[in-house]
Design a protein around this ligand. Structure first.
Ligand code: HEM
Length: 121
């Protein structure tokens, strides 16, 4: 059987990616105000979610239940502008990442579509 994207990227790289993404969010005026004061638990949620959705262990669902991410995001107004900022920070983190281009491409395609799906206004 072929390896999942999670196995090919590896947990360490996902951790690094999420840390770098959140370092960007911290500096992003538009996004920062949407996020909670303490970003540490939020980082952990995104790490566990990505591990699960890319084919790894299902700790996210054990801890948080079914993702239903679009619904969870209804509490924030997410327009094209917010999605654009979110993706920009993810792109910057991805450029910095050291895993292979093929996996970066696949990850980007996944996350880009997911971000568009989160637009709710
Ligand atoms: C499109 C722009 C997006 C905006 C503005 C946005 C904003 C937010 C905010 C403000 C939070 C709260 C942070 C926390 O306390 O966990 C959050 C949570 C979360 N976001 Fe997003 N998000 C976006 C897209 C995405 C995408 C594309 C994904 C994944 C593919 C994602 C995955 C998550 C996850 C897993 C959580 C934690 C949910 C939970 O368990 O409560 N978000 N998001």
């Amino acid at each position: 059987m072929s390896k999942s994207l999670f196995e090919r990227i590896g947990e360490e790289n996902i951790y690094q990616l999420v840390d770098d993404f959140y370092a960007g969010v911290e500096q992003d005026e538009l996004l920062r105000k949407l996020y909670p004061e303490d970003l540490l638990p939020a980082k952990n949620r995104l790490k566990l979610f990505l591990i699960q959705s890319l084919g790894g262990r299902r700790t996210y669902t054990d801890e948080r239940g079914q993702p239903m991410l679009r619904r969870r995001h209804f509490q924030w107004k997410i327009g094209e502008k917010e999605a654009e900022h979110w993706l920009k920070n993810m792109q910057t983190a991805l450029e910095k990442a050291t895993f292979a281009e093929q996996e970066k491409k696949e990850f980007w395609s996944y996350i880009y579509n997911a971000a568009l799906h989160m637009i709710n206004q």
